[in-house]
Design a protein around this ligand. Structure first.
Ligand code: C2E
Ligand code: MG
Ligand code: MG
Length: 703
C-alpha cells in the first residue's frame, strides 16, 4: 500500500446482505478512500488475486459454499495465494472457536459479523495493515541477514555464554574444509584447531576484550584445515554485555588471510635472502652476527667464528663462459657450502662471489680452521656450469669472537675480510686467521690507496731511466722507463711498494698512460739537440690491466703522433705471466701492436710458466732474461747453460735477448761470450733521474 493511494480491499462473502452491510460500514470508517472488490467464492478470490495484482487487505468469510464446513480451508487457500496480504476473518457467533484458531494460523484478526460497526472494522483493518507490514519487514530483514551470512566470504561465529555453545556459519566450517553439520557447536572445536604456537596469543586477545581492556577482539592465527595444513585466519569479534557489564554473548567473523600472509612471508623472505642462491643476504647475516655478539657478551664460554669466502678467479668464469654459467656456478657453490654446516650455522651470500659463514658455537680457532679445510676439500671436486667442467678454489679469511671482542657486526666482517684478502694475496686457495697485524696492514693499504689517487692529481710521479747497453758496442741502445713516486711523507717510493695496489684498484691504467706519454716525450727531447741521441729507444713497462684495455692500440698510436717518435723506437715490456694469463687474446693484441711498428719485449722471462715450446707462437721481438738467472750465473754453471739455451732458442726464432740485473764485470764477460745482445744492470748504471740520464747521452757513455 502506497501512501495516498486508496486501500484495495477484497471482500469474500457469499451472503449478499452481509456484503452490502460491510460496504456500508466501510464507507463509514475513518479510512482513506478505498476500492472494494467483492467475490462470493474462495475460488473467485484466488482467481482475482492471481489476475489483479495488488490487494492491501482481505476480508474473508469463514464459511463459504466452496469450503468444507468447520474448516479453515478458506484461510489456507487464500493466504497461500497472497502470503503478504493481511487477512481479517468474518465469522458468525457460533464460529468463534474456529476464528481463534485462525488467528493462530496467520489471520490478522477476526470480526463477528453481528457485533460489527464502522469503528471496529476501521481499526481492525488499520492494525492488520500495520502488523502485516511489520511482519514482512522483519521477515525480509531476517532473510537479508541469512543471505548475508551465507553469502559472505567471511565465516561467522556466535558464542552464547549462557549455554556455552557456539554457532559456526557454513562458511566458517567450509573454510576449514568441513560441511555443515560436521563441526560441533563447542568452542573447543575452534580452539583445539588453533596452531599451538598461536594459541596463547588468541587467548590473550580474547581475555583482553572480555575483561574490557581491549575494545574488540582481533587475532591473526593459524588454524588446522581438514587436509592437515594450517590456514592463516583473521578472527574479529565483539562481546555483548548486560547492563552490569557481564558478557552473555559474543559474535564475530573469521576471514581467510592465507594468501596475504604468504605474500607477506614471501616479501619478508625476499628482503632477507639472495634471490639467486636463496641464501640469507647481508642484512640477515648481519642480524644473526649481531645476535652472536650479544650472546658472547652474556655467556663468556661462548665463541663464534666468521669465515669470509671469496672465489678465486670467478671473473674468468663469467668472462669466458658467460653470466648464465657464472650464476649456475654460484648456486652450486652455495649448495656445497651449506653441505658442510651444522644446523645452527648460517651461510650467506654478500654479493658477487663473496660468501660468509657464521659458525654459531666453536671450541676455538682450530675448530674454525678445520671447517675451512673441509670447505677447501668439498670445493676440490669440479663443478658443472653450463655444460663445462669448472674448477673452483676459494680464499678464506677467519676471525673468531668471544666475550667482548666485538661490539659491531661490521667489525667482525671487516676482520674476516681482511684475513681473506691476506689469504688471497699470499697465493689463493688458502685460508688465513685474522690477527691485529693484518688490520694494521689493511689500514696502511687503504691509506696508500687514498694517497695514490691524490698522487696523480698532484703530479707526484716521476720516471727514472736505466740504460740498456749493447754488449757488442758497449754503447747505450735504449733506456728503460721506471716509475717512481715522490711521496710527500715517505719519500721516494719504488714500484714494488705501490704498483700492486695500483693494479688492484685499477689506478695503474691512468698512471700507465702518464708513464707512456712522459717517456715518449722525454725520448723525443733526447733525440734532438743538445743531446742528439738520435738512435735511442725507450722501453716502457705495461701492466696486465693496461694490456687488456680495449683502446690500447689507439691510445699508443695517439701518443706516438703527439710526441713524434718513430714507432720502432718504442719498446713495450710485457711480463711473461701477463701474456700467459691472457693466452690467445694476448697474441691478438700483440699482433695489433706489432702492426703499429712498436717493438715487443717479454719481461722477466723465465719466471712465468710459459714453456719454451710456446715461444714460437708469440709475436714478440725480444726476451728479457730475469735477473735471478743472471745473478745465479756466478754460482752455478747450469744457470749459464740455461741462459745459453735461451739465447740459442731466441736466435732460432730471430728474437733479441737482453739480460737484466747485471751487477758484475764477470757477468758481462760471460754474457758477451754467449753473444747476448743487450745488458742492463747496476754494473752499467742504476736507474737515473732525467737530468743524469741526459748527461750519459751527452757524454756518449760506453762500457
Ligand atoms: P722490471 O721491469 O723487471 O724492471 C727492472 C727492475 O730491476 C727495476 O726495479 C730496476 O731498478 C731493477 N734493477 C735493474 N738493474 C738491477 C740490478 O743490477 N740489480 C738489482 N738488484 N736490481 C736491478 P724497479 O724500478 O724497482 O721496478 C720494479 C718493477 O716494477 C719493474 O720490473 C716493473 O715490472 C715494474 N714497473 C716499473 N715501472 C713501471 C711502470 O711504469 N709501469 C708498470 N706497469 N710497471 C712498472
Ligand atoms: Mg721492465
Ligand atoms: Mg724485468
Amino acid at each position: 500500500m502506497l501512501l495516498g493511494e486508496p486501500n484495495v480491499i477484497l471482500l469474500v462473502e457469499d451472503n449478499p446482505g452481509d456484503a452490502r452491510l460491510i460496504r456500508r460500514l466501510l464507507e463509514g470508517t475513518a479510512l482513506r478512500p478505498f476500492q472494494l472488490t467483492a467475490v462470493d467464492r474462495v475460488s473467485n478470490a484466488v482467481d482475482h488475486l492471481r489476475r489483479h495484482g495488488r490487494v492491501d487487505v482481505i476480508l474473508l468469510d469463514v464459511s463459504l459454499p466452496d469450503t468444507r464446513p468447520g474448516s479453515l480451508d478458506s484461510l489456507s487457500r487464500v493466504s497461500r495465494e497472497a502470503p503478504d496480504v493481511p487477512i481479517i476473518l468474518l465469522t458468525g457467533i457460533d464460529d468463534e472457536d474456529l476464528a481463534v484458531r485462525a488467528v493462530r494460523e496467520g489471520a490478522q484478526d477476526y470480526l463477528v459479523k453481528k457485533g460489527i460497526d464502522s469503528g471496529l472494522l476501521g481499526r481492525s483493518i488499520r492494525y492488520a495493515l500495520e502488523r502485516k507490514r511489520a511482519e514482512v519487514a522483519l521477515r525480509e530483514s531476517q532473510e537479508r541477514y541469512a543471505l548475508a551470512v551465507n553469502g559472505a566470504k567471511d565465516g561467522l561465529w556466535d558464542w552464547d555464554f549462557k549455554t556455552g555453545r557456539i554457532y559456526f556459519s557454513c562458511r566458517w566450517k567450509s573454510m576449514l574444509g568441513y560441511d555443515e553439520g560436521q563441526i560441533d557447536g563447542d568452542p573447543a572445536a575452534w580452539f583445539d584447531r588453533v596452531h599451538p604456537d598461536d594459541l596463547p596469543a588468541v587467548h590473550l586477545a580474547l581475555s583482553a576484550h572480555l575483561s574490557g581492556r581491549a575494545p574488540d577482539f582481533e587475532s591473526e592465527h593459524r588454524i588446522l584445515h581438514r587436509d592437515g595444513s594450517y590456514r592463516w585466519v583473521l578472527s574479529r569479534g565483539l562481546a555483548v554485555r548486560t547492563e552490569t557489564g557481564e558478557v552473555y554473548r559474543m559474535a564475530g567473523s573469521q576471514s581467510d588471510v592465507t594468501a596475504r600472509k604468504l605474500a607477506e612471508e614471501r616479501l619478508q623472505h625476499d628482503a632477507f635472502h639472495d634471490p639467486l642462491t636463496g641464501l640469507p643476504n647481508r642484512a640477515l647475516f648481519m642480524d644473526r652476527l649481531g645476535m652472536a655478539i650479544a650472546h658472547a657478551k652474556r655467556r663468556l664460554s661462548y665463541t663464534f667464528a666468521v669465515l669470509f669466502i671469496d672465489l678465486d678467479r670467478f671473473k674468468n668464469v663469467n668472462d669466458s663462459l658467460g653470466h648464465v654459467a657464472g650464476d649456475e656456478l654460484l648456486v652450486a657453490v652455495a649448495r656445497r657450502l651449506e653441505s658442510c654446516l651444522r644446523p645452527g650455522d648460517t651461510v650467506a651470500r654478500l654479493g658477487g662471489d663473496e660468501f660468509t659463514i657464521l659458525l654459531d658455537e666453536v671450541a676455538d680457532v682450530d675448530h674454525a680452521v678445520q671447517v675451512a679445510r673441509r670447505l677447501h676439500q668439498v670445493m676440490a671436486q669440479p663443478f658443472k656450469a653450463h655444460g663445462h667442467e669448472v674448477f673452483v678454489t676459494i680464499s678464506l679469511g677467519i676471525t673468531v669472537g668471544a666475550g667482548g671482542d666485538y661490539d659491531r657486526p661490521e667489525d667482525v666482517l671487516r676482520d674476516a675480510d681482511t684475513a681473506m684478502y691476506d689469504a688471497k694475496t699470499s697465493g689463493k686457495a688458502r685460508d688465513a686467521v685474522f690477527d691485529r697485524n693484518m688490520h694494521d696492514r689493511a689500514v696502511a693499504l687503504l691509506e696508500l690507496e687514498t694517497d695514490l689517487r691524490r698522487a696523480i692529481e698532484r703530479s707526484e710521479f716521476e720516471i727514472h731511466y736505466q740504460p740498456i747497453v749493447s754488449l757488442a758496442t758497449g754503447r747505450i741502445d735504449a733506456f728503460e722507463a721506471l716509475l717512481r713516486w715522490r711521496h710527500p711523507r715517505r719519500g721516494l717510493l719504488f714500484p714494488n711498494s705501490f704498483v700492486p695496489v695500483a693494479e688492484d684498484t685499477g689506478l695503474i691504467v691512468p698512471i700507465g698512460w702518464w708513464v707512456l706519454h712522459e717517456a715518449c716525450r722525454q725520448l723525443a727531447a733526447w733525440q734532438s739537440p743538445p743531446w742528439s741521441g738520435g738512435d735511442l729507444a725507450v722501453t716502457v713497462n705495461l701492466s696486465g690491466k693496461q694490456f687488456r684495455q680495449t683502446d690500447l692500440v689507439a691510445r699508443i698510436e695517439e701518443i706516438l703522433q703527439q710526441t713524434g717518435i718513430r714507432p720502432g723506437k718504442l719498446r713495450l715490456e710485457i711480463t711473461e705471466s701477463t701474456i700467459m694469463e691472457q693466452a690467445e687474446g694476448a697474441v691478438a693484441t700483440l699482433l695489433d701492436l706489432r702492426r703499429l711498428g712498436v717493438k715487443l719485449y717479454v719481461d722477466d722471462f723465465g719466471t712465468g710458466y710459459s714453456s719454451l715450446s710456446y715461444l714460437h707462437r708469440l709475436p714478440v721481438d725480444a726476451l728479457k732474461i730475469d735477473r735471478s738467472f743472471i745473478s745465479a750465473m756466478d754460482l752455478r754453471a747450469e744457470h749459464s747453460e740455461i741462459v745459453g739455451t735461451i739465447l740459442t732458442l731466441a736466435r732460432t726464432l730471430r728474437m733479441d735477448v737482453a739480460a737484466e740485473g747485471i751487477e758484475t764485470a764477470e757477468q758481462v764477460t760471460r754474457l758477451r761470450a754467449l753473444d747476448c745482445h743487450f745488458g742492463q744492470g747496476y754494473y752499467f748504471s742504476r736507474p737515473l733521474g732525467q737530468l743524469a740520464a741526459g748527461g750519459l747521452i751527452r757524454d756518449g757513455a760506453s762500457w
